[in-house]
Design a protein around this ligand. Structure first.
Ligand code: SAM
Length: 279
């Protein structure tokens, strides 16, 4: 039983490069947890060295998670169990969601200690719209699977955020340009570290730049949403009205086309009457 922490699961975000980003609350949980589930104990040992204490760590990663999880969940009834990943926010392209799911199902308290996340940090650097974004994690590395994944999200009206490695960056940017069109984008690298940089340009420009010199370090790619569709022309309106009039009475046809093309319903109604008159 822990005198300082209520039993349960604590999801603890850790720095993505700069140890100064470890929050006081995250430090407190890590120092006082009965056990810290870690992806790689050598990595998290560095964090404990920074805190001046040896951690009580248990490896929890993709290869042992199914075997280790039931024991961890059982311990949450009486102990404070923390979950960290090597860097950043656990569960974000990192293990943990099944642990949270099972902890909840077992009725344990689940608490989050939010903090650094490379995807969110990159969004703040890119200078692209942030009101709607879609996080894609890592795209498949094989060419065809990657092209299929990109085709799936080509019409999504949101900024895209994805993780990528240096050696694959240029091919990934070229595939994005091919599947999405040559949108504006940003490559954020080594965020919060000494050589942090954020390079912006079109997808094609960035693909060319990194083809010559694949970058070192950790990378997030941010891609602008698709541009606004071109406004509907008079010909578009006539074609849509002609088609709608084959199925609907005039006023309903005008309403449907107004909604679909973002045009004025009354003007469309008048035009539909004209078109019917000239039949
Ligand atoms: N859970 C982590 C988070 O919250 O960001 C992400 C884990 S994922 C396995 C690791 C990937 O995140 C890296 O390959 C890289 O794409 C991105 N990443 C992590 N740290 C980064 C940094 N300091 N700068 C840029 N990208 C980073």
């Amino acid at each position: 039983m822990n005198a300082l922490l209520t039993p349960g699961l604590y999801i603890v975000a850790t720095p993505i490069g700069n140890l100064g980003d470890l929050s006081p609350r995250a430090s407190e949980i890590l120092l006082n947890a009965d056990l810290v589930a870690v992806e790689d104990s050598r990595v998290t040992a560095g964090l404990f060295r920074h805190l001046g204490q040896k951690g009580k760590m248990l490896p929890y990663h993709d290869h042992n998670a199914d075997a280790v999880r039931p024991g961890l969940v059982a311990r949450m009834a009486t102990e404070a169990i923390a979950l960290v990943s090597d860097a950043g926010t656990p569960l974000i392209s990192d293990p943990g969601f099944k642990l949270v799911r099972d902890a909840r199902e077992a009725g344990h308290t689940v608490t989050t200690i939010p903090g650094p996340c490379a995807a969110i940090a990159a969004l703040t650097l890119a200078g692209l719209p942030t009101d709607r974004f879609l996080f894609l994690g890592f795209l498949p590395s094989k060419q065809q699977a990657r092209a299929e994944s990109i085709a799936e999200i080509a019409a999504v009206r949101a900024t895209l955020v994805l993780y990528e490695s240096g050696p694959r960056l240029s091919a990934c940017l070229a595939a994005l340009a091919e599947g999405l069109g040559d949108r504006e984008a940003a490559v954020a690298r080594e965020i919060t570290k000494k050589f942090e940089e954020c390079v912006t340009g079109s997808l094609t420009q960035l693909a060319e730049r990194y083809a010559e010199a694949p970058p070192k370090g950790e990378i997030v790619v941010v891609v602008a949403p698709p541009g606004a569709p071109a406004p509907a022309t008079a010909d578009d309106a006539d074609a849509a009205l002609a088609e709608a009039l084959t199925r609907l009475p005039t006023s309903k046809a005008a309403g449907e086309v107004a909604k679909k093309l973002g045009l004025d319903r009354k003007a469309l109604y008048a035009r539909a009457m004209e078109m019917k008159g000239s039949d």
